[in-house]
Design a protein around this ligand. Structure first.
Ligand code: SF4
Ligand code: SF4
Length: 212
């Protein structure tokens, strides 16, 4: 996130008589506060990875008014597209302070439905019940079950339709450029790694039960 560009945007929008709200963690809001997501969807959204953001809203059957890409466009460009042609950036508004995180940041996939072919491979691959299939449509049904920092299913999706908005590299994070190549995908190894993780989790639960 380009903090300086966001501060400029907030300043210009405030000076133009518009209100601006900074959402610290849209992935977390998406799984914890559908009411707030519905309110956000009535606004213009400015974000780093519009494809990821669009897919987050799609997963909730919401359609934001418009999404602007702050990673690939300057705040000046975005303001012009919003109809603010002579922005006033002064005085600079402070970046909001957020309370410290009490829980780990939300980590979960979203599906770009423009790319998804509903093949079901992600559903068959995931051992944690994150995906569900209903009436031939695959959806992220239990995002909170996803394992932190594991983007494994994105690598097996033949359409590259699975996005992890918090993954560090493109295209898995929904970015426009292929910073990371993942042509050589060994699905079996990925599956075995996921299986090991699952078994380790099960063993941990068993030992906890024994202690109690
Ligand atoms: S593997 Fe990819 S294309 Fe297939 S259902 Fe999942 S997201 Fe869609
Ligand atoms: S990253 Fe792993 S746990 Fe998360 S949805 Fe994909 S396969 Fe399931």
């Amino acid at each position: 996130m380009n903090r300086q560009e966001i501060i400029k945007l907030i300043s210009a929008l405030t000076n133009a008589g518009k209100s601006a709200t900074v959402i610290p963690d849209l992935c977390k809001t998406a799984i914890s506060d559908s009411g707030q997501m519905a309110i956000i969807a009535t606004s213009t959204v400015v974000a780093c990875y519009p494809r990821a953001v669009q897919s987050i809203f799609d997963g909730l059957a919401l359609k934001p008014k418009q999404i602007f890409d702050i990673r690939n466009h300057s705040s000046e460009q975005i303001l012009v597209d919003m109809g603010i042609t002579d922005p006033d950036f002064s005085p600079e508004q402070p970046f909001p302070e957020f309370p410290p995180e009490e829980t780990p940041e939300a980590w979960h996939p979203v599906i770009d439905k423009e790319r998804c072919t509903e093949c079901g491979k992600c559903h068959d691959f995931c051992l944690f019940g994150v995906y569900a299939v209903k009436d031939g449509t695959v959806k992220v049904a239990q995002p909170q079950n996803c394992k932190n920092n594991c983007p494994a299913c994105a690598r097996i999706c033949p359409s590259r339709a699975i996005i992890f908005p918090k993954y560090e590299k493109s295209p898995i994070n929904g970015g426009l450029h292929d910073e990371e190549k993942f042509d050589e995908i060994d699905a079996k190894t990925l599956y075995n790694t996921a299986l090991k993780h699952k078994l380790a989790e099960r063993r941990a639960k068993v030992s906890l039960l024994k202690k109690d």
